[in-house]
Write a new protein. Structure first.
Length: 137
């Protein structure tokens, strides 16, 4: 998946009421860790609310949610890079539970760095997401 498709994929999954899978859904059970992760995320401000179907049990593959109960979810997006763009991962709160999703297991290419000049390149070789930081002159 290309990083340019992250938002579209998220919106399709939310609007589909559980029919379209979000990649790498994981139920979060460590509340302290979940709160810590949420504190560095931004609420999704797109076209909400969507209904989201969340089940008590994940599909065997762990890649999507089984449809059983309907909740109005709260969606939080993780951002990265200078422009703080959505990096494809986030957390969904619904039905008293928290789920993380991750559209790309980023593999960072940080070659070409010039740290003394404030140039910290960081580009995913899988999806092309650019999380580079240029803090130089
Ligand atoms: Zn990636």
């Amino acid at each position: 998946m290309r990083h340019t498709e992250f938002t579209k994929t998220l919106e399709e999954a939310l609007a589909s009421e559980g029919k379209v899978a979000l990649p790498n859904i994981v139920r979060l059970t460590d509340h302290a860790d979940t709160v810590k992760r949420l504190s560095s995320m931004w609420p999704y401000t797109g076209k909400l609310p969507y209904r989201l179907l969340v089940s008590r049990s994940l599909a065997p593959s762990g890649t999507h949610m089984v449809t059983k109960a309907i909740y109005w979810p709260k969606v939080f997006l993780h951002t990265d890079g200078m422009a703080s763009r959505f990096d494809g991962s986030g957390i969904i709160l619904g039905g008293g539970e928290a789920f993380s999703f991750n559209m790309c297991e980023h593999k960072w290419d940080c070659s070409g760095a010039n740290h003394s000049r404030g140039w910290h390149p960081k580009r995913c070789t899988e999806c092309g997401f650019d999380a580079s930081i240029d803090s130089g002159d």
